[in-house]
Structure formats: C-alpha cells, structure tokens
Design a protein around this ligand. Structure first.
Ligand code: AGP
Length: 596
C-alpha cells in the first residue's frame, strides 16, 4: 500500500534519490505519487499514475516522497501526497488512517482543500508553528492530537530537518555516511545501507546531520538501536528475469534451504523457540496466500502431530469473539508482517490470553515484534505482489513445526521424524526438476490464456493448493478462477463445466484420495470439460483422462503440497504474461495490506 521515502544529508541529489526510492516501493501498489523539497516555499511534484523515469533535476539535500494507494478520497492529483500547509511552508507524507481527522479539523478550525484525512497533519503543524512553537514541538503537539495509525514524514521550508514518526504503520530509518534515508520498508534501503533503525509506536526522530529519537507522548529522548540487515541487495533486483515473480518462483529451492538453515540437526528438527510451548490446540490466523499455507499446516499438524487445529481468516477471527482457552497457541502467518487484519487478530488473541507465535518474512515487522515467539521464513525480500517464495517458506516452517510436535508428542517414531527431516532437505532437488520443465507449462498456458474462467480442484492436503492456484491466476491474469475441494465440484460448480472451462486437477498418487480424484476427473470429462492434470510421473490412468499432463516426481504425502504448488505458480505466471498483464504490480492490489 502507500509508501514513504525520504532523504536528508550531505548529498545534493535528494530529489532523484527519493524518486529512485519511490520506484523501489512501486511493488507495494500505488495509484499516484509525489515529491516535496524545500525552496522559498515547499516545491511539489505530484501526479496520478506512474513515477516517470526522468524527473526534474534541482539540487537539494532534503526531500520526501510518497506513493499513494487511495483510501480516503479519489485518485486525483490533489489528493496525492505530500500535502501542504496553507502557507505552503510545511509538507507531510502520511501512511495510515487518521480516524479523528474531522474532529481535529473542527477543533482547530482548519481549512482542508483535499478529500484526504492526511491533510489535517500539515495544517495542524502550521497551527502550532503560528503559536510560536518550534518546528519539532509543533510536529510533536500535532502527533498527540491524532488518533488512528500513521507513519509520517514532515519537512518545513525554514528548517533543514526531516521529522518522522510512527504509530502503527511501519517506518524505517537507514543510516549512511552521507546522511539518513527513511522508508516504509527495508528492501528500498538496501541499495544505500543495511544499518537500519525500525521506529516503534509512539516514537519520533529528528533527522539532520544527526539523529535524535524521542517518545512523542512523553517528550523524552531515547537511545536509538540500529540493527544490521542480512538481506542481499540482489534479492531486491530482477537479475535478468522479465519479472520479479518469475525470479522468485525460480529462487524457491534456495529459499527452502535458507529457511531450514540451522533448524535441522542430527536428522531432528531444531526449534528452540518452541521449547516450553506445548499447545493443546492451535488456531492459525492469516489472510490470502498465508491463509492457504495455514490450511496446509492444519493437515500436517492434525494429521501427523495430532494437535487440533483451526484456521481462521484473520479478518473474521477478530470480530466473532472467539474462544481462546489456556494452552491454545495462536499462530499468525504473514509474509509482510504488516497486514492490518492479521495484526488486529493477533492483538485480539493476546487480549484473550493466548500465546502468539508468528511466521513472518520481514524482520522487525509489527506482527513479528508483537508476537511472543517469531519464526522468520528467510525468503528474502519478495517484490512481486503475488506471493510465491514466501508461501513455500511458510509451508517449510509449518512442516518443521509439525516434525517438532510429532517428535515431542511421540505421534511419530524417531525414525519417522528423521525421515521427515531428511525428506525436506532433499525437497529443493525435486523442485529443481519441476522448474526444469517450465517450458512445458508455458506451452499449456498458450492454449488457455484466453479462457475467461478456470476451476482448480484438489482433495485433502491438495485442496488448499487448489485454492492457492486459483488465487494466483486471478490476481495476476484477471481470469476468474475458483479453487474447490474436488468432491465439492458436483455440489454446484459442475454446472459451469463446458468445453471452454478448463479444470486444473491435482491428481498425484501421494494421497489416499487419489482414486476419488480420478472419479471427479471422469465427471468433468463426461461433460466435455478440458482437463489439465498434475500427475505423478508415469501415471497412465491420469494420462488417459486428461487433455494435458504436468508430470511431477513421486514424493511423500507431507511434501506433496510443496511440489504441486510450483506448476500452478508457473501456469498463472505464463498465462498472465501471454495476456500482457502487469504481473509484478497487478491492478488494485497492494503487497502489504495495511488497512482493515
Ligand atoms: C498473495 O499473492 C496475495 N497478494 C495476498 O493474498 C497476501 O497473501 C495477503 O494479503 C496476506 O499478506 P501477508 O502474508 O503479508 O499477511
């Protein structure tokens, strides 16, 4: 969603630094952009649409920029950030929502010109400046008036400072020898520095030649604690691939190994974070793709570790007053660690006394920081809006957690747990084999890229992967796609089957529902439907029923969801590419969904 990028320091190219930073944030999704920098008044560049490749060159050592994903007010140049005070001497970029902006406007009789909630901030700062407060104190007093969530960056034409603050929306400061960068996320900083300070809620920083950190409620100074990020800058670049999504699909063998690094020892799972946590019940909360990973987790944890599991949409969990007993472990899964629905559900779970374990990709993200225990997926920055490598690493951690509890609860023998650990270490090799066959998937995509609808069908542990296959296709190609447990098809969706409706079946031999899936394929075939089947290599029975076969290496049940995921990601990718879609930045979507 919205992104902030800013610079203050010794360099004179602040405007292009900020433009480049906003380009890095494009993947989050946006519909307009803007940059502000000080002159006599504040100079402002802003437009609806894409950030241009070239931008006005004017020397400045201070600039702030914003990419907007509209919430309050339409997509117009006027509503694009940064917003200015009435005298045009203050500029503010804001992420989040100011819930009480109407009350603030009437309390201080402010003259709003835009339809955004954000404009209230520069107007309020101006109000306090007119009461003779310093710039810093005016910002601080303004922050105290605001309710809701925000990450803000403010500049004034009369001061060589950048003032930033956070309440609920992420904001990261990067330190270099030439000054400070500020960004909504870490990947955009990697080209400049790996030394970062993640602001906490209630903190503001005053940045010029130095950094001063404060709590803006109590006005007390704080010691900044910078951390070193170990992500590589190349992971946030396309490295010769046409799209980030394809690059990230191809990276998956490596990301699985990164996730497993140091977490298997002597053929046994090694998750010290889980010591002393012995749940009687697990509730998994997540959204979208992470929710699909959660359902795979349900099959693994219930089936192999024998712990009762429920998987809930985070957005629903929060509002239905759920029962959370003692000994319930709530597992929040989130790639970004900033998803507002998941964060709100996590807070609700904690309020009810649950311990929360989060599975996150982004270090120091809000969900990670608010959880009792964090397991990082270590997928590296995921730049494509469609989650691929993050999903596969979520599955990897859920698999390891299952092995851990299966060992602890003795629901599997030592030998079986050992097999689980050995198997997952060999998984990247199998995935390489599937990736090597991507040309075949591209050929199939050529036959179906003009379809208007598609059904994805699988049973048991493959059912969440069918849902994920459908989500991938719809979000990047805009083809209407539905995922179903295959047996549910005859309870309604079968009415849609005809020669124009492809059904993608997950029909590998590694589950006990294999025979049943074949029957479901027969039902589609009998109605003239086209079938693309994911089958175990050499399976003649599936070959006879399907129009197209995607062959997969034989594997064990618990690893099967990983393998069947890969062709579905590639299928969605090639279809979207043939349709000339904006694959890495699909319309209306945002990488990190920070509104409820
Ligand atoms: C994935 O392809 C989607 N873009 C989306 O469903 C995503 O998984 C969802 O918004 C949850 O995001 P999170 O993992 O960052 O919490």
């Amino acid at each position: 969603m919205c992104g902030i990028f800013a610079y203050v320091g010794g360099r004179k190219d602040a405007i292009s630094l900020v433009r480049d930073g906003l380009k890095q944030l494009e993947y989050r999704g946006y519909d307009s952009w803007g940059i502000a920098y000080p002159k006599n008044e504040i100079a402002l560049l802003k437009e609806v649409g894409h950030i241009p490749d070239k931008i006005l060159e004017e020397p400045s050592s201070l600039a702030l920029g914003h990419t907007r994903w509209a919430t309050h007010g339409g997509v117009t140049r006027l509503n694009a950030h940064p917003h200015l005070s009435s005298n045009k001497k203050i500029a503010v970029a804001h992420n989040g929502i100011i819930e009480n902006f109407e009350q603030v406007v009437s309390k201080y009789d402010l003259d709003m010109k835009t339809k955004t909630d954000s404009e209230v901030i520069p107007l309020l700062i101006e109000y306090f400046l007119e009461q003779s407060y310093s710039f810093e104190e005016s910002v601080r007093r303004s922050l105290q008036e605001l309710e809701g969530t925000f990450a803000i960056v403010a500049i004034s034409s009369a001061h060589k400072e950048l003032i930033v603050a956070r309440l609920g929306s992420p904001l990261i400061i990067g330190e270099t020898k030439d000054g400070f960068f500020v960004s909504s996320d870490i990947p955009a900083l990697l080209g400049h520095t790996k030394k970062v300070l993640v602001l906490n809620d209630g903190e503001m920083a005053i940045l010029s030649g130095s950094l001063e950190l404060k709590n803006f409620y109590e006005n007390v100074s704080l010691d900044p604690s910078f951390i070193e990020i170990d992500w590589d800058v190349s992971t946030a670049e396309k490295s010769g691939y046409k799209h980030f999504m394809l690059k990230e699909i191809m990276e998956q063998p490596k990301t699985i190994l990164d996730t497993l690094q140091g977490r298997i020892k002597d053929h046994q799972p090694l998750l010290p974070e889980l010591e002393g946590i012995n749940p009687k019940r697990i509730i998994i909360i997540a959204c979208g793709t992470s929710w699909h990973a959660g359902i795979v987790g349900e099959f693994l944890l219930e089936g192999l570790a024998k712990i009762p599991v429920e998987v809930e949409y985070a957005s629903e969990f929060r509002y239905r007053d759920p029962l959370v007993e003692k000994d319930t472990l709530v597992v929040a899964i989130s790639q970004s660690g900033e998803t507002a629905d998941t964060l709100a559900a996590l807070r609700e779970a904690k309020k009810k006394g649950a311990k929360v374990l989060s599975i996150c990709n982004v270090m120091e993200s809000t969900i990670a920081r608010e959880s009792d225990i964090v397991l990082y997926t270590r997928a590296g920055p995921e730049m494509g809006v469609a989650s691929t490598k993050a999903f596969i690493t979520q599955l990897t951690l859920l698999y390891l957690i299952t092995a851990h509890y299966a060992s602890k609860n003795k629901t599997l023998s030592v030998r079986q747990v050992q097999d689980m650990c050995d198997d997952v270490l060999s998984l990247p090799r199998y995935i390489e084999q599937v990736l090597d066959e991507k040309g075949q998937i591209e050929e199939i995509a050529k036959e179906y890229f003009e379809s208007r609808n598609a059904l994805f069908l699988g049973r048991g542990i493959h059912y969440p992967i069918a849902l994920e296959g459908a989500l991938k296709l719809k979000e990047i190609s805009y083809i209407h796609a539905e995922g179903y447990p295959a047996a549910e098809m005859k309870h309604g969706p079968i009415a849609l089957i005809d020669v124009n409706m492809p059904s993608i079946f997950i029909a590998t031999r590694d589950t006990h529902t294999y025979e049943k899936v074949l029957s479901n394929m027969q039902e589609v075939r009998a109605r003239g439907g086209k079938i693309i089947a994911l089958a175990t290599s050499g399976d003649r029975r599936v070959t006879e029923l399907a129009d197209h076969i995607i062959s997969l290496p034989r594997t064990r049940y618990a690893l099967s969801p990983f393998l069947v995921t890969i062709p579905l990601q590639l299928f969605a990718y090639y279809i979207a590419d043939l349709r000339d879609c904006n694959i890495d930045k699909p319309r209306n979507l945002a990488k990190s969904v920070t509104v409820e």
